[in-house]
Design a protein around this ligand. Structure first.
Ligand SMILES: [Fe+2]
Length: 448
């Protein structure tokens, strides 16, 4: 029986499909743009390869896009059709994909963990669990999952860097910065094109307020980003965040236009509404506007895409970003329809539906109220959820924009108690609040 690059049995009669499976997995682990190319070759070589069809379904689900869900469901159906001839591990993957499609995220991650308990070197289950924990706000599970399999991994195994990078990012999100940094550095040492390791170390530097070092870190590695997928944009966004903290707003805008929201770049053209790209763009414009920087016409193109994604709630953390663009461009009717779309989605029984109902909806309504200058209303909506927005998925660095919105409304409404509450939340991070661009003024004003 053929085996994958980790020696795990795979059920395909085609050596080409087996080789393309490894190439796809490698690409996926390393955030490479050619993953889809390898995937297509794999499915073409053996359409009856159940785990291959499952991988196709997984990578499609990772787009977090409703319009792509039918393609993921079709791949899952093919995987199910050929699952009876597959191994127990492969069949578990098919179960996990089906659970994901059914919006049962606890069951999805349980299945991946069950796979890892028996096959700790299943890098696909490991990275999917890591990523889905991240997008469902489960940082402790990100760490526990990777730590459980760590003893079974060694530097000789392909994808070891992916494990190190995942451990680094998990530690970083839990605030264990000293543990995190060497792990990410080791991943990048093994392979300077390790984009997840590069990214995780950038997070450590962001949270510790090491802006100059962060700029140097990313600048020293950017020549390796060429084969990367849209994570390249996110790395540029991180670079821009350092400049933002240094009040170098012209540089931030230049990076916005030339790098992380360059509408003419092949990556953006391929996926103009990719969720992380939209998060990068909208959250940066929001931060810049708070500093009196004119966003110009930049909101409009995001709002155009937001209109095409009304009712698509698969990525809860993206919802407030779509709403920022609709609100900033005064598209009241589209914003109303977006809220209605979320309410309809939130009435579902799934776990993402519950997150949209409990967290995304009030946050999105607050985004609208904040833009209208209805700050008391915005605070009323945000106050119950501001400490748990992490449930939407996303990092501390990304969630900062929601805290800044809360702070802005608190300052405008003259609510010292709310200002203090949000400054207290942010004070848990190592970068001192009174030196951070988004907080310094409020910290000074309300320090007495
Ligand atoms: Fe990030």
């Amino acid at each position: 029986m053929p085996q994958d690059m980790h020696g795990l049995a795979i059920t395909t009669s085609s050596p080409e499909a087996a080789a393309a499976f490894d190439r796809t997995l490698r690409s996926y682990l390393n955030f490479r743009i050619d993953a889809r190319e390898h995937l297509t070759a794999m499915v073409k070589a053996d359409p009856e390869f159940a785990l291959g069809q499952c991988l196709k379904g997984y990578l499609t689900m990772l787009l977090y896009k409703q319009a792509a869900a039918p393609a993921a469901a079709a791949a899952a159906a093919e995987a199910r059709r050929f699952a009876p001839g597959a191994t127990a591990r492969e069949r578990m993957h098919v179960d996990a994909l089906e659970a994901w499609l059914a919006d049962d995220m606890p069951r999805t991650t349980q299945i991946w963990e069950a796979i890892l308990a028996e096959y700790p070197t299943d890098a696909l289950a490991l990275r999917l669990a890591h990523y889905v924990y991240f997008w469902t706000g489960r940082a402790p599970d990100m760490l526990a999952s990777a730590e459980r399999v760590r003893p079974k991994w060694s530097r000789e195994l392909p994808g070891y860097g992916a494990l190190l990078a995942s451990l680094c990012f998990a530690h970083e999100e839990l605030g264990n910065y000293a543990e995190a940094e060497p792990l990410g550095r080791e991943a990048v040492e093994i392979d300077p094109t390790d984009l997840w390791g590069t990214h995780a170390v950038a997070h450590v530097m962001e949270m510790q307020g090491r802006h100059g070092e962060g700029i140097d870190w990313l600048a020293s590695l950017e020549r390796h980003w060429e084969p990367g997928n849209n994570i390249r944009h996110h790395l540029w966004w991180h670079r821009a965040l350092y400049h933002y903290e240094r009040r170098e707003f012209d540089t931030v805008l230049a990076l916005y236009d030339k790098e992380f929201r360059n509408l003419d770049s092949p990556l953006t053209k391929m996926q103009p509404d990719f969720i992380i790209d939209v998060q990068n763009a909208a959250s940066m414009l929001f931060r810049l506007e708070r500093q009196g920087v004119d966003a110009g016409r930049r909101w409009a193109e995001i709002a155009d895409k937001a209109e095409t994604r009304i009712g698509d709630c698969l990525s809860p953390f993206t919802l407030p970003h779509w709403m920022m663009a609709l609100a900033a461009t005064g598209r009241a009717d589209a914003a109303r329809r977006a809220i209605e779309g979320m309410e309809a989605f939130a009435s579902g029984a799934g776990s993402t539906a519950a997150t949209v109902r409990r967290v995304a909806l009030p946050v999105c309504k607050a985004v609208l109220a904040h833009r209208r200058g209805e700050h008391t209303a915005a605070l009323g909506l945000l106050r119950p959820v501001i400490a748990e927005t992490q449930r939407l998925g996303g990092s501390h660095a990304q969630h900062d924009v929601l805290r800044q919105m809360f702070l802005d409304s608190a300052v405008h409404a003259g609510r010292a108690d709310d200002v203090k509450a949000v400054l207290g939340l942010v004070a848990h991070y190592p970068a001192p609040v009174d030196r951070r661009v988004g907080y310094a003024e409020a910290a000074r004003q309300f320090s007495h």
